[in-house]
Design a binder for this molecule. Structure first.
Ligand code: AMP
Length: 170
């Protein structure tokens, strides 16, 4: 099967020294590449009854909407603090220095709704872990987490309380 790994560009020392940034813009620009990425992301969850797909700001939005469409589910944006206009719930998580947080509208999910969480990259796992916890706190049932790229050497999956489906592993 064709693998579109060659459309992920590696940018060393960006945004800071020591980070190898995975630039997905060549993949976004490729109709075949995007179709492949969305198909590989949603396929393990086809037929599993997904009510909502949650995409993590901002690159999780780029894949999450396509995955939601493929699964016949609605989409929920999970955002950085202060971006959503109505009452929100928030979960903080630790960074190397300091903390960050994810937010969603307090009424974004109903009790028992089945949610699949999507992002582009799983690095240390803090963002995905906090997002899964946020949905559990809201009473949803997280049925899985899926990412295009997993940086396995960072062991981020250990911070996620669910199995993580990854399309490409580095
Ligand atoms: P983390 O919470 O450490 O798992 O970081 C995940 C978030 O940071 C994701 O939303 C990614 O978009 C972004 N990210 C982290 N590391 C990278 C990387 N090497 N290349 C591109 N994006 C990254």
């Amino acid at each position: 099967m064709t693998d579109f790994r060659h459309l992920i560009r590696e940018v060393p020392d960006w945004p800071e020294p020591g980070i190898v940034f995975k630039d997905i813009t060549p993949l976004l620009a490729s109709p075949e590449g995007m179709a492949w990425a969305v198909d590989r992301l949603y396929e393990p969850f086809a037929g599993k009854h997904v009510d909502r797909v949650a995409g993590i700001e901002s690159r999780g939005f780029l894949f999450g909407v396509g995955v939601a469409r493929a699964l016949g589910a609605g989409f929920i944006p999970v955002r950085k603090p202060g971006k959503l206009p109505r009452a929100t719930i928030r979960r903080e998580y630790a960074l190397e220095y300091g903390t960050d947080a994810v937010e969603m509208h307090a009424d974004a999910v109903r009790e028992g709704q089945r949610v699949l969480v999507i992002d582009d990259v799983l690095a240390t796992g803090g963002t995905m872990g906090a997002t899964c916890e946020l949905f559990a706190e809201a009473g949803a049932e997280v049925i899985g987490a899926a990412v295009l790229i997993e940086l396995e050497f960072l062991a981020g999956a250990e911070k996620v309380p669910h199995a993580v489906h990854s399309v490409l592993r580095y």
